[in-house]
Design a protein around this ligand. Sequence first.
Ligand SMILES: Nc1ncnc2c1ncn2[C@@H]1O[C@H](COP(=O)(O)OP(=O)(O)OP(=O)(O)O)[C@@H](O)[C@H]1O
Length: 904
Amino acid sequence: MLFGINIRANWVELPKEVQPKQQPLDMRAKWLNINSSAVDAAFEELLSRPSSSSWIVPSFLVFDFTLRFSLLRRLNLIWQLVALAVGDTRQLPNTYHFKTILFVDFKESRSHGQPNGVDCRLVCMLEALCWVSFRPRTASLSNSRSIKFGRTFPQPTNFFLLHNPSTPHVDQYVDQHPHLLPSSGLGTILNPPSTIRSLDHQLVVDVQTILSLSVNMAAAWETNTMASALPTDTNASLGWGASTNVAPAADAGGWDTGADTTAPAAPAAPTKTPQEHGWVAKHNYDYESYNKSNKEIAEAHAVAQAAAQTGDGDENAEGAEAAQGAEGAQANINELGGAVGGIRVGDWSCNAIVYEWKDEYGDVGPKFPLLEQQLFGSEFHVKAGIQFSAVTELNVTQEGNIRINPVRKFEDAGLHPVMLENVKLAGYDVPTPIQQYCLPTIFKGHDLIACAQTGSGKTAAFLIPILSKLMGKAKKLAAPRPNPALFQPGISPNVKAEPLVLIVCPSRELATQIFDEARRFCYRTMLRPCVIYGGGPVAEQITQLQKGCDVLIGTPGRLCDFINRPHILTLRRLRYMVIDEADEMVQSDWEQELKQIMSGGDQEEGNIKYLMFSATFPKVARELAAQHLANDHVRIKVGRIGSTHKNIQQDVVFVEAQSKKQALFDLLMSLPPARTIIFVNSKRAADEVDDFLFNLNMPCTSIHSDRTQREREDSIRAFRLGKAPVLIATGVSARGLDIHNVAHVINFDLPSPQYGGIEEYTHRIGRTGRIGNRGLATSFYNDRDADLAPILVKTLLETGQPVPDFLSEHIPTNWAPGKEAELEFENDSEDGDAEEVGASGDAGDVGAWGAAPATDANVSAPAASGGDTWGTPAPKAAAQGDGWGAPVGNDAWGSNAAAGGATW
Ligand SMILES: Nc1ncnc2c1ncn2[C@@H]1O[C@H](COP(=O)(O)OP(=O)(O)OP(=O)(O)O)[C@@H](O)[C@H]1O
């Protein structure tokens, strides 16, 4: 049975008798039938190919892989379509097998374009194929999923891939996987690559026609009828079909205009392409790199590490570098495989290069110029911006029995000399306010809750003092470790990880980012940082731990997994535990994990200092957090808890739901191209928006929790490097991300209270306007966001942002310019006594933390003490208003502004 029909693009319902009756087969999938003569001829050609007579029903299955589903949904879709296609043997007299399965793979869109996307799709296809050919009469759909590769096909199957030339990776994939060919016994694939290619040429035009008709399957999924998924409304005002998912004409490859066709008029094409507007070309993936096996990656890694860390060390470094000359240095960088920040293309973030300590180094390790360049020299690091001084205007409030004297200069902080050098190498001239208070607090050994705006340097606020303090003691405290020169995974004796510092954070991306920062500050020291996170390669993470691990950064699930394997990880030596994004950690689903981690060591009571950090800290989270800390813990906040920064311009525009995608595209095309993050509230929306923009040639990528870890890391890397300067993300996956030159954040969906509300809003927009840079945040608002409106308006007023007319009813009645301090924010209110201690004048933010009355027991700033006798004098409380360093000229749109030549 061939489900053929006419070119008028009807989506024809599956005949009643083969419609599945029960879940999970109760799908709304329908058949796309095409009657174009050219396509039909090609189909006939396919059908005429030899096949086993044992096939009961020759039929076609057309899979449209242009859809952007998560891996799970893709699998479900495939399974369910296959089930539909073969018929339900419980309902039908015969088993329907396919003679031919035709996979239409025509468009490289983001998730498809990703290397793992390719693998996933082909794996899905092959699994589907296995299943179709193999399905026992009694097998249920769920059982069938357990069918694995390696089983031989009972009958030959024709397996076709149709794809257009813009997706050469399919050919590459088949070329690189000869085991898929018949000789392996894994079925008969009658179209070796050459056939695929010739088929491709025959059919490409028609495939594009199919494409133009089938793009909207996703909408049909929801609407119960494929017909409604087709554009029926030309909606002249927008130039788009009523269905927001309908692809634009620019992408569609043209509608068929045959005589019997009543195809809708194509929507108006955008007048300019993104590239004409100055956006970089959309990014093609480097499949060669990403298809490397873990073994190949590990080998390249070993070579690179050796290249980065050779030479006699410090004293010769300058001379060696000079001798190397520009050419030599370049050659060495090339040996790092085009690595940026010590991570090569295609490598896992957990395998990024770290400084490998050798026993013969004495107290301080030698310099390695190439490694130094990788760690500190990247142009992709966030640099302090022109508005750095604005950070100092914020009031600092501290609370608790202890009073901390801030340090105004790194030189006065009693840092280990190597740390001081690393701080300079990182380009930090002066500490930010949160650092001014955290450094002495941590040096003095207090537990701490610290709250400061997004992008204000909280990571360094804990890393610098902790690592500096440990540097002098590492030899005494650290666990034994193998000689890095001799270490061989699987052969060297197993050494368990016994970190001194544990940093826990909610997202994988944040974990790897903190790891990057730790790699910098551990440079030339014995302290070895490692990162472990879900989705990453377990074996490789264990290998890293076995090389030595003094500073461990991790996400809760993977941490608990390793803690439960005491031969891999023990917390018995732990001295510091840091919980980053602490409000998220204490409030979310991690209660069990956090409990296990906090009590997971057999350390002596009181040995561990607990430190909690976040930019937002609702009262309930603060109370929960405080339960984990010592009674005399210090609490520090910079500005109002959860406040946004006035370096971020916040625009709110009214956009109806159905117009959002068009509005988004128009917005991106109305501003100079610049690195942009677009936030949505669901994984599905992330997929859809990404598809929409990508099909309009916007250089975008996306990330959410259903993506494989490979895809996630690759997306972030592409965004960080500017290859894909538009990132679509769900909120959680982007918490804490610190990416150079993010000039624009767009809330495509505002975070309603069930999506994190105003705290989530603060974190999202805080991806721009970091560390003194200016940024723009645009939020799409419509009536569905009314719940958020009152607090959103106060947030706007607090930093002097204009309130749009449609939100003016939410302006508090007693509001007047200059009364920012009187705005009431529920989550900031407490009833205690606190002392405002820092920064410029304007009192008005007192009493945020409550609890014990403040005493005047000034704690002097740290002398070079605690065994770290590094000879630096104890810092004096410097006068306020140390300049914040020269502006680095990193203005909101900065150098990106130039149309036609955006630099990322
Ligand atoms: N003293 C400093 N001078 C210059 N740059 C700094 C300084 N301290 C930190 N930075 C840089 O500022 C950027 C933001 O820091 P970080 O990511 O720690 O912010 P954060 O406060 O943790 O933000 P979020 O709440 O969004 O996670 C980083 O790129 C960091 O390297």
